[in-house]
Design a protein around this ligand. Sequence first.
Ligand code: UFG
Length: 329
Amino acid sequence: MAVLVTGGAGYIGSHAVAALLERGEDVVVADNLQQGHKDAVLGGKLYVGDLRDGDFLDQVFGGNAIDAVIHFAANSLVGESMKDPGKYYHNNVYGTLCLLEKMNKYGVNKIVFSSTAATYGEPESVPIDELDRTLPTNAYGETKLAMEKMMKWFDVAHGIKFVSLRYFNAAGAHESGKIGEDHSPETHLVPLVLQTALGQRPHISVFGDDYPTEDGTCIRDYIHVSDLADAHVLAVERLRKGGGSAVYNLGNGQGFSVKQVIGIARAVTGKDIPAVVESRRAGDPAVLVASSKRARDELGWNPTRNKLEDIIGSAWAWHKANPRGYNDK
Ligand code: UFG
């Protein structure tokens, strides 16, 4: 049986595809290539199309023996979601509805979902537990929460079991050097810092140094993208063994400030990396750190690439070898 990976040409999706292939799984990828890159798909069968296109999904489900889905396909820029929430509701929420309807039609009853720490909003306390309040502060997080809730009701009505994985800050690149992070536009801290190290940007902007943290900059929990990918494989295994629906945080449980990230990147790259403090970015919580105890206990997840030096080091190897991302391929 094959695993369908929607959004498998994207940053985290392509690393999940690689992890599945390494375990000898049959992989089918569905991606509209709006954000994804064809060259990021290291194997399996790639279908180019949109989840909102019913004929397209009939082709994918009709043409393959799929027993589980890993669902990444979505827009994921917090800032853009505040300017154009309609785009996010249409692609993320309606796209997921289309997918779940087709899964029901074709009798596929297992889905692993790419969710986010943005479902929590400003946390009540850290580290964040899965049972903590979910009150998103941006439209992106709101759509991801709506997608999780939709899955819950498709489980109740149709027995489609889901594992929702709420990631904290994904970073790093595959150890093979073949795939890495390449967003356009790029908005994430680690790749922007490394582009600055490459001289592609004059400086890195630090969005606010007046937060209630030790050095005044925001604290995040950075997790290696291949550790995230492994959790998806474990989640598929759990569902195949008859496990019920569940929600898990995925992070290292250790927070680093923006200034600390820049400092580590300077040490890793040996470059100056000029930084300029600017005003806060709207909607950024001060501190986001995960408790991933449940994922460790129940999925048997054991993130091994947890040193931030190594995470940034793997990203640096990718950026140095591919300064223009997949355009260099
Ligand atoms: N930051 C800067 N300068 C930049 C870019 C980011 O100072 O040029 C700061 C941000 O303010 C934030 C931190 O670096 O404090 C990390 O920012 P990212 O944009 O890399 O990541 P976010 O924490 O904002 O977002 C990530 C995911 C989202 C997800 C969110 C959950 O990328 O998809 O975590 O909170 F919604």
